[in-house]
Design a protein around this ligand. Structure first.
Ligand SMILES: [Zn+2]
Length: 102
């Protein structure tokens, strides 16, 4: 099994073939600076807690308004953030994400 990084989905997966479920081909193994999707969070205290923890551990992150629609949310207005971190910090960032309540 090899590891591949898909820059379109921002994920790493294991497989025999360098081809992601999204159809993207000719993928390469991940390198430390590849941007990974970490998690998504509702705007609010827990998203702030996660950001504080990432900063305390000196993990650089990117935050984007989530494009996914959320039932009940006002149309056209996102109430979620998507978070991204570099592959090199992903394992640690994932641990932090898991200790912050949803
Ligand atoms: Zn993909």
């Amino acid at each position: 099994m090899n590891q591949f990084y898909c820059g379109r989905c921002k994920i790493v997966f294991e497989g025999e073939e360098a081809r992601c479920k999204c159809g993207k081909k000719r993928l390469k193994p991940p390198v430390v600076n590849d941007i990974m999707f970490l998690t998504f969070r509702i705007h609010g205290p827990t998203s702030g807690m996660l950001e504080d923890l990432l900063e305390q551990h000196e993990i650089p992150f990117m935050r984007q308004e989530s494009r996914g629609g959320v039932p009940g949310a006002a149309f056209g207005k996102s109430s979620h953030f998507d978070y991204f971190v570099p592959f090199g910090a992903y394992a640690k960032a994932k641990e932090l994400d898991e200790i912050v309540p949803r």
